[in-house]
Every structure is written in C-alpha cells, then in structure tokens.
Design a protein around this ligand. Sequence first.
Ligand code: OAD
Length: 257
Amino acid sequence: MTTSDPALERAAIACAGARKAVALTGAGISVESGIPPFRGRGGLWEKIDPMKYAHVAAFENDPAEVWKVLFLGISHVLEKARPNAGHQGLWRLEEMGVLQTVITQNVDGLHQQAGHRDVIEFHGTHAFVRCSVCGRRSDWRSVPLEVIPPRCECSGVLRPDVVLFGEMIDPRLLQRSQQLAAGCDVMLVIGTSATVEPAASLPVIAKHSGAFIIEVNPEPTPLTHRISDVTLLGSAGEVMEQMASMVQRLRSNRQPS
Ligand code: OAD
C-alpha cells in the first residue's frame, strides 16, 4: 500500500467529506499491539477450543478452568499492550471531526487509551469484572487472584465483564450500534473477520442505508466485493497512518486560509 494507491485515495476522499463516520473494529487492529487475533494463523481459537473455554456453559460448568485457561491468559497479554499506529490513525480521524464513534468487538480498552471519547464495547471489557450472582461490577485490578475463581463479597463467582459465546449483546449497546450504522455516512471496518453476529451485520446495515464502506484488512473477508466499497489490503497500522495523513491534507486544502 502506497500513498499513490487509487483505493487509498478513494477511501481518503470519502473520509475527508464525512461528517458522521463510524468505525467497527475487531481483533486485527490490536495485532500490532501484540494481541493475537481469534481466527487464522496464530489465532487464539487455534490453541483453545472456544466452545470448551469461551462459552457461558463452560464457565458455569467449571469456572476455575475457564479462569485459568482463558481469562488469566488474556489478562496477561492485555497488561503489556499499548495502542499502535492503527488506533492512533483512527484517533486522528476523530480529532479532525470526521469520526463520531468507535464500535469495537475488542475487550482491550486500547481505543480509549488512544484518546477516543465515544467507544461502544460491543463484547464488553476485560478492565472490569462482574459478579455472576449479584451483578456487582468492579475494577479488574481490585480483584484478589490468590484463589481461582475469585469470588464476590456475596460469594458469587466473579468473571470479566465480557460477552461469552451463548450470551446476548447488551440490548442498549446493540440498539445504539444499529442506529449509528443506519445513520453514518462512512463506515470504516478495520481488522475484523466479519464472521460473528450481530457485529458482522453492522456494515450491512450501514451499506443498505447508503454509507460508503471502507474495509482495512490484510485479507479479504465476507464483506469484500459484496459490501465494502473499498478494501485496503494491509495492516491497520500501515493503512490508518497513511489514511489519516491523506485525510488531513485533503481537509486542509479544502479550508479557506
Ligand atoms: P478475528 O480473529 O475473527 O479476525 C481478525 C481479523 O483481523 C482477520 O480478518 C485478519 O485478517 C485481520 N488482521 C490480522 N492482522 C491484522 C492487522 N495487522 N491489521 C488489520 N487486520 C488484521 O477477530 P474478530 O473479527 O474481532 O468474540 O472476531 C470477532 C469476535 O470473535 C471476537 O470479538 C470474539 C471472537 O470469538 C467473543 O469472544 C464473543
């Protein structure tokens, strides 16, 4: 991908003219921060079976095992992760007044760390735990981890405040995300395999409502050619850095001095 790439130019022109762009991000945007994706080579689901460790039934059946294999493993990786050029490029679009909201399937908090104000954590967050009995929510860092699984004061088992397989998306977040998808003028779809519903349908809603869809991914996905108007084949860091710079140039040329 170079700055003279016509696809990058088309995407940048669409972004430069946008007033209410929305981003949908997935695990791929955090790969350059050292967090492995779920699917594909080196993906988490290649190492562990999600139905055995990331399904709500597995957690209910053996919470200690799910804590040991999944939750503590993820937390170890997230501790060291910092936003990368992909997150920063997206943040520059928000600073320029192009991007309104980030809808992320990620639980790593890196968009907020990059500076974004309005982030919808579609699959929850690893920064908090909640009690599986009384629902009380608390900071992950306050949880005593000497005994696994950790327990709430009410003796209920604690768990990260994330969505497991077999669980519903928070209906308020789902409704707001669908409204944003239906109302945006540009949707940036970055680093997601677009295979997990209902997140995968958000670009479809946006497209059918008239939005211009820009996809950023090193590999084609089910959205490529069918839903995406432009697919930028590259890493989020490389593409978003170039895109933000190009959008900035286009917007400053446009404004009277
Ligand atoms: P996936 O692991 O399914 O897909 C990651 C995508 O990122 C793939 O399409 C890769 O090609 C792409 N990718 C890899 N490296 C990249 C890079 N450097 N820059 C940009 N893209 C890159 O992750 P998600 O689509 O986020 O849900 O997965 C969706 C959901 O499935 C997750 O939120 C999680 C998982 O099961 C739950 O746990 C509920």
